[in-house]
Design a protein around this ligand. Structure first.
Ligand code: NOJ
Length: 761
């Protein structure tokens, strides 16, 4: 620490670097000055080092790495040639690394430690897609806050989240990491997550820098196959893909990650259109861009870079500031500078951006700020965090069907058969992307149901989901090995036969969605569909609880099963959340953030589609439709029921003409016409009827969550101003265009209450 203080004091001509000094956190201008001073005394090697990120190699419980890659990385760390590390965790391990960076290198520049904190660190929230189903921005922000508190207490400074890729393809495994199909909802959620991670002051020990990823277009991988080609129009890029990224910039996100995909023939890692023109140019983003894992070197198999040197040159020119695990910057930049293929100004710009974020995090002020073993012990798995993720989990559940009011369950004198391997699984409900957490730590549905002791509960597994279900599947293991053993069917049927209600928990293994987990068949994996149909033969009073990381194909269930609950993968508190919802202690309020298709053949399917020239329905054949399936999804975007019912009436618009100078108020009366207190998300959609480029049939433009007691009503109103109608037009600018607009208000994206107004400019 002493050497570090002296060097920085001299170098930065600052007043000191003792703890609690405000010198390093004043303002952006002050930070820029400090960055400039530091840059001046850095050698080229040290600059390159800041742009180099390594995956963890440090085994704090064993001897210093002696061989190969690990040894090289370790030596580079000691020489000040490493700016960041990922996948190192915990105060003990990170302190050991930070000590080397700070006390053994020439300038003592601290490391920035990044990790994938996607839906929690130790205590896990629902997977992001599930959280999006809550439409509850405060709760989502709080969930990210909890994640930041735990991650920062364990030494992490930076999360590679939120993933804000819009996707319309349930085959793509990474839909579990995002907020679904809609840019409006996706933007609000993206901003909420950034606020949650970063807080108001990034230099506080309990906040972490966020990353908007993957810039851009990754969610449109062709046919839902991960890492596949992306080929989308400029219209889609601007109007659908960009908005959530723009929202994160507005929310002050400090880093961006590019991605594995190409866009318009250029791998995004090498795209200066995306990174320099749009992000750092138009959007004035002053944080830094990290590559995705190995994505710089992957420009070679893409057929865009000749070799490693060329890939480095392309990536740097395009504005990729930090190299995650291609190991190319550290090897190639120097030569490229010496041969004048790269201008040192580009390196200085990248390094400045990285140093700026390190200053903002307070790492120069105190590199050990995030490294307090006592705090780590106290914060991880703290009961308050468990409470927080339980709230988030309950709000994420979506009631898809509830015929005959089978739900909520009666609390006594009932015999309940609980069936399905997932009901007794404490690993799958944690979902994918939780490399920091501990396996087998979820409350199971079986445990959650036991908290209601006045019913008789009989559990029967029925069938496994796949061969790994219930075991410890590792992040990198393949899990698409679905089980076909039906020997448990009879026991399950016996349990169901005399039960008053059967709860069947079916769905995907926790690792069947996520990165590299694309599927062509999105039905219930293994023999679960058969199990469902067999049990149905002996008892029709079934509540199907789905546990999954993507929309599934559940036509048969929709036709036959009276109650269906979408419970996703809800994290640590899964069982408690599910049980409380099934028993009506929480009235479900979630709404789908992604359409559920009737068949894989309908994918991509999304509510904000274009009308086409033949929207139909016309004569039998010549209109835009399928011959063997209807066009509509099974459950549309925005859909979700409650144990109560809501009545919409009295749609009013206070003015039928909108100009640049006024706004229009549109309101509707919402009444709780059922028997339970409940929450409804009132949704506003707008259709721009005619424009210089074709516009979607409707777009979400507002929503409000309202809680009402039985018999209570409320007038819900929305303000519509000209700016809400802007889109990326044929003029290639964000603007609105005069003309007529339809308004729809209602309970989901099929909302049919309609009004019309005209925009005159
Ligand atoms: C690859 C993923 O695409 C990215 O989202 C993630 O942050 C990195 N690996 C690091 O784990």
């Amino acid at each position: 620490m002493k050497k570090y203080c002296i060097i920085l004091t001299i170098i930065l001509t600052l007043n000191g670097c003792q703890k609690n000094s405000n010198n390093f956190t004043d303002s952006a201008i002050a930070i820029n000055k400090k960055v400039d001073s530091l840059l001046k005394i850095m050698t080229l090697d040290e600059k390159i080092g800041q742009m180099n990120q390594y995956n963890g190699f440090w085994d704090v419980t064993g001897p210093t790495p002696k061989n190969g890659d690990a040894k090289l990385k370790f030596n580079n760390l000691k020489k000040g040639l490493v700016g960041s590390m990922l996948n190192v965790r915990g105060v003990k391990e990170i302190t050991a690394l930070q000590k080397i960076a700070v006390e053994e290198t020439r300038l003592g520049i601290p490391l920035i430690i990044g990790n994938d904190v996607i839906h929690g660190y130790k205590t896990l929230s629902p997977i992001p897609l599930a959280e999006a189903a809550s439409w509850d921005l405060k709760e989502i922000e709080n969930s990210a806050r909890i994640a930041a508190r735990e991650a920062s207490a364990a030494g992490t400074n930076w999360t590679f989240a939120p993933m804000v890729d819009i996707s319309r393809d349930a085959r793509w495994g990474r839909v579990m990491e995002g907020a679904g199909e809609d840019p409006f909802l996706g933007s609000l959620i993206a901003a909420a997550r950034v606020r949650g991670f970063q807080g108001k002051d990034l230099s506080k020990h309990n906040t972490i820098a966020a990353t908007a990823k993957h810039f851009a277009g990754y969610g449109f991988s062709e046919s839902g196959r991960d890492y596949n080609t992306v080929d989308i129009s400029k219209n889609t890029l601007y109007n659908v893909v960009f908005p959530p990224f723009m929202a994160t910039v507005d929310a002050g996100v400090r880093t961006f990650m590019n991605g594995f995909n190409e866009l318009d023939g250029v791998p995004v890692t090498g795209s200066s259109f995306l990174q320099r023109d749009i992000l750092k140019g138009d959007w004035k983003f002053d944080g830094f861009v990290i590559s995705d894992w190995g994505s710089i070197k992957e420009m070679i198999p893409h057929g865009y870079a000749r070799d490693g040197e060329h890939a480095t040159e392309l990536a740097i020119k395009a504005g990729s500031d930090m190299d995650m695990e291609s190991h190319l910057y550290i090897k190639k930049i120097k030569g490229l500078i010496e041969s004048k293929k790269l201008d040192i100004k580009l390196i200085d710009d990248a390094v400045s951006r990285i140093l700026r974020v390190k200053f903002e995090l307070g790492l120069f002020e105190d590199p050990y700020r995030y490294l307090d073993a006592e705090r780590e012990k106290e914060v991880l798995y703290h009961p308050d965090n468990q409470k927080g993720v339980l709230e988030m989990a309950k709000k994420s559940i979506v009631l898809l069907k509830n015929d005959n009011q089978l739900l909520p369950l009666k609390k006594k004198n009932q015999t309940i058969a609980l069936i399905g391997a997932l009901a007794n699984d404490n690993n799958s409900p944690l979902g994918n992307w939780r490399t920091n957490s501990d396996n087998n730590t979820a409350i199971t549905v079986l445990e959650g149901m036991k908290a209601y002791p006045n019913n008789t509960l009989i559990y029967s597994k029925g069938a496994d989901v796949n061969l790994n279900a219930g075991g410890i599947v590792k992040f990198h293991e393949k899990v698409e090995i679905n089980e076909n053993d039906k020997s448990g069917f009879n026991a399950a049927k016996n349990a169901a036969r005399n039960a008053d209600v059967v709860i069947m928990v079916l769905g995907e293994d926790g690792f069947q969605s996520g990165e590299g987990r694309s599927r062509t068949d999105i039905g219930l994996p293994g023999v679960q569909q058969e199990l469902l149909e067999e049990v149905y033969k002996v008892n029709k009073n079934i509540v199907l609880v789905l546990m999954n990381g993507r929309p599934l194909n559940i036509n048969w269930a929709d036709n036959n099963i009276p109650s269906i609950v979408e419970a996703w993968q809800l994290g640590s508190q899964t069982g408690n959340a599910v049980a409380q919802v099934l028993y009506g202690d929480y009235n479900p309020s979630g709404k789908l953030p992604m359409s559920f298709p009737r068949s894989v053949g309908q994918i991509p399917i999304y509510y904000n589609y274009k009308n086409t020239g033949r929207p139909g329905p016309a004569n039998a054949v010549f209109w835009s439709h399928y011959n063997d399936e209807v066009n509509t999804p099974l459950y549309p975007f925005g859909y979700g029921l409650s144990y109560t019912s809501f009545k919409y009436s009295d749609l009013k618009i206070d003015n039928k003409t909108l100009s640049n100078n006024n706004s229009i108020n549109v309101s509707v009366n919402l009444e709780n016409s059922g028997e339970f207190k409940g929450k409804e998300v009132v949704q506003l959609y707008i259709r721009d009827k005619f424009a210089s480029v074709t516009r979607p049939v409707r777009e979400l433009k507002g929503f409000e969550m309202v809680e009402l007691s039985p018999g209570e009503s409320k007038v819900v109103s929305f303000e519509i101003s000209e700016s809400l109608l802007k889109f990326y037009s044929a003029n290639e600018v964000w603007e609105s265009e005069s003309g007529f607009f339809d308004i729809f208000i209602g309970t989901d994206s099929n909302a049919s209450f309609q009004e019309t107004f005209e925009l005159t400019k």
